[in-house]
Design a protein around this ligand. Sequence first.
Ligand SMILES: [Zn+2]
Length: 465
Amino acid sequence: MTLHIYQARLLHYLTESDRTERTTSDHSQTLAVERDITLLPVIEGVQVYPEYIADGALVVDDMIGCIVEYGRSETILSKYANEEGRLAVKVHDYRDKLIMPGFIDTHVHYPQIDMIAAYGEQLLDWLNNYTFVTEANFGDPKVAHDTAQFFLNQLLANGTTSAMVFSTSHPESVNAFFTESHKLNTRMITGNVLMDQNAPDNLCVPTEQGIRDTQNIIDNWHERGRQHVAITPRFAITSTPKQLQMAGELYASYESVYLQTHLAENHDEIAFVKQLYPNHKGYLDVYDDMGLLGRRTTLAHSIHLEISEYERLRDTGTQISHCPTSNLFLGSGLFDLPKTLSYTGVSIATDVGAGTSLSMLTTLSEAYKIQQLQSNQLSAHQGLYQITLGNAQSLLLDNKIGNFMPNKEADFVVIDMGATELLERRMAQTKTLEEQLFVLMMLGDDRVIDQTVIAGVSRYRKSTA
Ligand SMILES: [Zn+2]
């Protein structure tokens, strides 16, 4: 066992029960909550609190990949000093940096990294003209492995340590992704995309075959190491009713397999779904009828919804993934964050390749602007909470990742708040932590990520060359 102590400014978010545990433990003297902030609840009745320790230390066991404890640097260092006063652990001095839990992206398409920033279309034409053309290459395991490796390294360079990911309809694309993720020991969720209509022949897989592929992938990969499987119908347009129904049956037969798809992103898409399903009450009702809703379901976008649809999301516990840069890029519409949160859990995601950045900080910056256009606010604390503990809660992974509570997996990022000349100059003008965090949220991107640690092992270091 090798223990590592990371000395740094520490920032993370605590739930009410984490906070109770902290204040009642013998480490209570290290608790340094600057100010309680009641953030918008992600799950009804759940409040979270920022905890910031200016002179903090995070103790990590790299054998089991978990957090041992955290607290004020002075307390921690004296505790681990041996009789000669020397430390029996490896100390990493990042006192000029901020350490936060790793960022979590709840909706992103890894094969689309090769067609990010494709000009001129809205959703349905963009899919036909760019996406499907790119995804057709992923039956080739070499393309899939190379791209998965590149994509995962890009996530790490952006401080993202976990993600819920779309592969393609080829099982090879999923096997390649899980193989590369398993090597890095990143906690990831993906599955083969189910499509058996309204897509090119080279991407459509016969109805039962697609479901059998998902079944095999679950058998091979679900909860192997840190990998999880999601049943992944692309959306109502590209699956037959029979396939959606079979997907719903498969979902119901597992207690921990996820389900991910898209909902109500674009008006033409919604009209097409209504045309395909004239006897359903609306888009969400199609998924509801097929048994696709529930607490383990994440629906990307969900911009244009009726009140009855919000209510159904609430009643089923179905989670929404908000993808700001994608919504702006494809001109899909403005997502109402407070309204959606008043019904159900919302996570925040990049949705690359329609999204234009893998950086969760850049994504938050665009999320802020989308709320501004609707006279809503998104504070830095709420944003940073969302991309860490909030997204973990939405994916039911908050017992494993999302903050620094002891025994959680040691996925974290070392952030250089003054990584650029502009950031350095602007930070010098700030007077409060909130101000600094807001500047980080608006101006930060991959350049502020100094290091990314996965389960206690450093997997990315910014080149200083
Ligand atoms: Zn998407």
